[in-house]
Design a protein around this ligand. Structure first.
Ligand code: PLP
Length: 413
């Protein structure tokens, strides 16, 4: 492939950092467009994982020997790195979790159990991932609280006036997705947060799809919680973070009990550790947390603004090219989007689209993308979804679109 320079980024050089991209699938060069599900990992992240296991595998915090100290330092370096990455005031406001789902469940189990009571209200949007719906349904069932849902328009944008109508002094939490995995919609989170705070509600942002694409600044946003997964931002699976404001984290009870989260244990009672350790019971996912730092380095070295510019170019290109395919309808046409192109084709099931594209080496996701209520809202079962990362190119989009033309010609009823 010749050198591709886009938004000041040398895309070929970037592609060379990702070993997995250089392979054939079904006899065709791999085109990986399933980045919203999980992005690929640069060599630096993979090397950090093997570096830990080969060089200094050891449990953290409690050991005083050299390997334990090295592992502890590397683990805590990621916390400091994450603090910079989302611009939190303090590293102690960063809790390592298994990922976005775990982070949201942590908030539901701790903040939710302590501060949300019968008759209180929680607001979410129609476009939430199941992981930002079900934990609240469970909490509402337990506490007799009420879940309210902000409606969306045809383009897949929240109807802000309807959100304002839902807010009242009963609202205790607004939990919204920053960027939708199914539609790409970027929500007006600053405005959402400011409005919620006017009625004294706290705000949780699901940043799963924002982390790799949007500059995150929790102080500027003034959100109370932010959840994200490392694996959607070039990092390893099995880890992610929950950010919470110190004053809130200090008031809420621990998530799980066990080692690490305590100061003192006796049979008469236990005193809990300080934040963030109060929320990190047991041996954490040390290797993946350590490697996550290299993913954040990768993103910040390229510059999120450059990444976003390149991805926006890809999104604009795919939006125009996909519309040349007979019977294709885009699902999610918001003004402000991350690089997600969801579509359906009249007369061909989305699963078939996915399988037929896979035969051409193109990996897209199909189905409801864990957003069934959103699919119900559009009266569809699911979509095919192409989601782009910094290593993708317009030439790859051409292959997908040519493939779709071919599929439509052969299979459309
Ligand atoms: N929220 C959104 C918007 C997502 O796209 C996803 C995953 O697809 C999640 C939450 C859940 O993330 P994880 O499975 O990494 O916990």
């Amino acid at each position: 492939m010749s050198t591709i320079v886009s938004s000041g980024l040398d895309i070929q050089k970037i592609r060379d950092m990702f070993p997995v991209l250089h392979q054939e699938v079904n006899g065709k060069p791999l085109i990986y467009f399933d980045n919203a599900a999980t992005s690929q990992k640069p060599k630096s992240v993979i090397d950090a994982l093997t570096g830990y296991y080969e060089g200094y595998n050891s449990n953290i915090h409690r050991g005083i020997h050299t390997l334990a100290e090295k592992a502890t330092t590397a683990f805590e370096e990621t916390r400091k790195r994450a603090q910079q990455f989302i611009n939190s005031r303090e590293a102690e406001e960063i809790i390592f979790t298994k990922g976005t789902t775990d982070s949201i469940n942590l908030v539901a189990s701790t903040f939710g159990r302590k501060f949300i009571n019968e008759g209180d209200e929680i607001i979410i949007t129609t476009m939430e991932h199941h992981s930002n719906i079900v934990p609240w349904q469970l909490l509402c069932e337990e506490k007799g609280a009420i879940l309210k849902v902000i409606p969306i328009n045809e383009a897949g944008e929240i109807i802000f006036e309807e959100y304002e109508k839902l807010l009242s002094e009963k609202t205790k939490l607004v939990s919204v997705v920053y960027a939708s995995n199914s539609l790409g919609t970027v929500n007006p989170v600053e405005k959402i947060i400011a409005k919620a705070h006017e009625v004294g509600a706290k705000v949780l942002l699901d940043g799963a799809q924002a982390a790799a694409h949007i500059v995150l600044d929790v102080q500027k946003l003034n959100c109370d919680f932010l959840a994200l997964s490392a694996h959607k931002a070039y990092g390893p699976t099995g880890t992610g973070i929950l950010y919470g404001k110190r004053e809130i984290l200090e008031k809420i009870p621990p998530y799980q009990g066990g080692g690490e989260m305590i100061k003192d244990v006796s049979f008469n009672g236990t005193t809990y550790n300080d934040i963030p350790y109060k929320f990190e019971a047991g041996t954490p996912n040390i290797a993946d947390v350590i490697a996550f730092k290299y993913a954040m380095d990768f993103i910040d070295e390229l510059g999120k603004t450059n990444i976003a510019q390149h991805e926006n170019d890809l999104l604009a290109y795919s939006t125009s090219q996909l519309q040349t395919v007979d019977g294709l309808k885009l699902v999610g046409t918001a003004q402000d989007k991350v690089s997600v192109s969801s579509f359906i084709v009249d007369g061909i099931h989305h699963f078939d689209l996915g399988m037929l594209l896979d035969a051409k080496g193109v990996a897209v996701r199909t189905g409801h993308h864990c957003t069934q209520p959103l699919m119900d809202n559009f009266c569809i079962e699911g979509t095919a979804r192409a989601s782009f990362a910094v290593y993708n190119t317009k030439a790859e989009i051409d292959v997908m679109v040519e493939g779709l033309h071919d599929i439509v010609k052969k299979y459309r009823k």
